[in-house]
Design a protein around this ligand. Sequence first.
Ligand code: PMP
Ligand code: GLN
Length: 391
Amino acid sequence: MPGPASPLASRLKGHTTTIFAEMSELAAATGSINLGQGFPDTDGAHEVAAAAIAAIEAGANQYAPGAGVPELRAAVAAHQAATYGIELDPATEVLVTCGATEGIAAAMLAFLEPRDDVVMFEPSYDSYAAAVSMAGATRTVVTLEPPHWGFDVADLEAAVGPRTRLLLLNSPHNPTGKVFTEHELASIAELCVRHDLLAVTDEVYEHLIFEGTHRPLAGFPGMGERTLSISSGGKTFGFTGWKVGWVSGPAPLVAAVRAAKQFLTYVTPAPFQLAIAVALDAGSEYIEPLRTELAARRDQLCDGLEGLGWTLYRPAATYFATTDIAASGEDAVTFCRRLPERCGVVAIPSSVFYEHPDRGATLVRFAFCKQAAVLDEALGRLGDFGSITGA
Ligand code: PMP
Ligand code: GLN
C-alpha cells in the first residue's frame, strides 16, 4: 500500500532513510564487523563519563537554559580563544545544540528562504542535503576530485548565482578525510566576502587530525562577521551518543539559529553538557590520547588494505578511509550490500554522499575508529581484493 503523500519525503529525494541505519542493521543481522557508521567501539575517558554521572546525581535533571549551560558556553568560548585566537562572548555568541546535526539543520532553517541556494562540496555528509531540503532551498555542488580531493576555484565561482545565500563547508571532511588547505580556505573566504555570502562550517573533526592543520574559516579576513562555526563534543571526546554540539559566531547569527533550535528540541540534555564542559576545560588532556590512538588505527587499516591490494585514498583526518572498488566491476552500493555475506564486514558506499549519481560510483568508505583487534579481524576477513570480488 503506498504511504501518504509527503511533500517533505518528495523534496528529500531518497534521503528519507539513512545508509548508516541500513548498513548498521545489516551488520547486526549478519554478525558482521561494522566499519560502516562512524562511531568508536570504546568510550571516551572514564573521568568525562563520571562527570555526567555526577551531574545527574547532583540534580542537573531538568530543562537546561535555552542557549546551553553557562559552563559549556564558557568552555567553548575559552576553547576557540585558546586554540584559534577567536574571541567570543559566551553569553551571546555560543549556542549549544543536540549534536552538530541539529546545529546544521537549525542554521539552514534560520537563514534559508524557499528557493534560496546553498553552495557546497560533494561528496558531503548526508544530513546536508536533507537539511537544505527541509528549509525548502536548493543546492549547487562542486565536486572534490581524488586523489587529493581538490577543486577548481573557477567551478566554485561558477556555482555562485543570484539565489546563493550561503556556503556550507566541512573541514576536516567526511567522507574523504581531507583537511582543506590554507590556500583553499583563503579562496573560499575571498569568494564569500565578494559575494556577501553567509558561511556555515562543520568542524566536528577539528581535533581528529593526523596531518596538516585545521584553520577555522571564521578566522580569515572578513569572515568573522559572516560565519557560523559548528562542532561536536561527541567526536572530540569519543561520546557520539551524547549528541552535544555547538554553534558559535556573531550574536545576531547565533540568535537566529537559537530561534530555530527552540522549536526543534528546545534545549540540550543538561548532564552531558556539563560533562563535555569538563572535558573541554581540560585542554588537550582527553583530546590528545584519542587523536594519537586514532592515528595508529588509521595507519593499521590503511597499511592493511593497501597490503591486500585495495586501492586506497589515505585520509589526513576523521574516522574514515576511502577505497575504490572499480576493479570489482560493481557499483559501491551493490558491493557494500554484498560485502557482509562475502566476508562479514560492513562498509558505506560513498556514492550516497554525491549529488551526481555518476560520480563516486565505485568509492567505499571504511571506519577505522575501532579497536586494533577488531581492525585486525576485519583485515583478515577482507583478504586480498581479488579473492573476495573475483576481480
Ligand atoms: N558532521 C559530520 C561531517 C559528521 O561526520 C557527523 C557525524 N556524526 C556530524 C556532523 C554529526 O555530529 P553529531 O553527532 O554531533 O550530530
Ligand atoms: N558521522 C558518522 C558517519 O558519517 C555517523 C553518521 C550518523 O550516525 N548519522 O558515519
